[in-house]
Design a protein around this ligand. Structure first.
Ligand SMILES: N[C@@H](CCC(=O)N[C@@H](CS)C(=O)NCC(=O)O)C(=O)O
Length: 203
């Protein structure tokens, strides 16, 4: 039974597993979900497999899994791609996934959402998100001064997770030119065989 990925064209969280599969050359059926619909009005097949009502959800061999970084960990272990070389590497990789979920995978998407969709977001909330995003980008900029990818010389799901929303950084009102090491890292990821942009993969 083939892989099915539920996603949405504007979801960087959905882009993460889609990008993993594209980079690994694993075919999958993409099922876009209209997130403008109230949760109970979304397609019944999606509602049935989505424990949190959110995309992404991956179905593999009839088993569903939600939460983008849990999906990445599952895919990396199952398909032996974009994982780590040893247990210490897996620990560092997991550390990045948890950081992403709470930091750059929170600040940048919510800032982008405030600019593009929730235009009535209070100004102090936008300022707080912006400050947090700048802090997160500064963290990545520092980390990427002396290595090609977050774990070292090889790309991993830590890079897939932490970079996902940054391909849309301009939509979050942030000038990527202020983060040259991040820009070079994004370019390295974008030059990996099989890479496709979020708009191309999820559009
Ligand atoms: N922590 C989740 C976040 C997923 C998430 O926020 N999904 C959004 C789209 S980016 C969503 O489905 N929103 C619609 C809704 O909550 O109804 C993950 O990493 O997968």
């Amino acid at each position: 039974m083939g892989l099915i990925l539920y996603g949405n064209h504007s979801s960087g969280h959905a882009y993460k597993p889609a990008l993993f599969l594209a980079l690994a050359g694993i075919p999958f059926e993409y099922r876009p979900i209209n997130l403008d619909l109230p949760r109970i009005e979304r397609p019944a097949d999606f509602v049935a497999v989505s424990p949190f009502g959110e995309v992404p959800v991956l179905i593999e061999e009839g088993v569903s899994l939600a939460q983008s970084n849990a999906i990445l960990l599952h895919l990396a272990r199952r398909h032996h791609r974009f994982g780590a070389a040893d247990e210490a590497g897996w620990d560092r990789l997991t550390q990045w996934l948890f950081w992403e979920a709470n930091r750059v995978g929170f600040s940048v998407p919510n800032l982008r959402f405030a600019y593009r969709v929730a235009r009535d977001t209070p100004a102090d909330v936008v300022r707080w998100l912006h400050a947090r995003a700048v802090d997160d980008l500064g963290r990545l900029e520092g980390e990427l001064q002396d290595r090609s990818f977050l774990l070292g010389t090889e790309p991993s799901i830590a890079d897939i997770a932490c970079s996902a929303y940054l391909f849309w950084l301009d939509q979050a009102g942030i000038d990527g030119a202020e983060y040259p090491a991040v820009g070079a890292w994004l370019a390295r990821i974008a030059s990996l065989p099989g890479w496709r942009s979020p708009d191309d993969l999820l559009g």
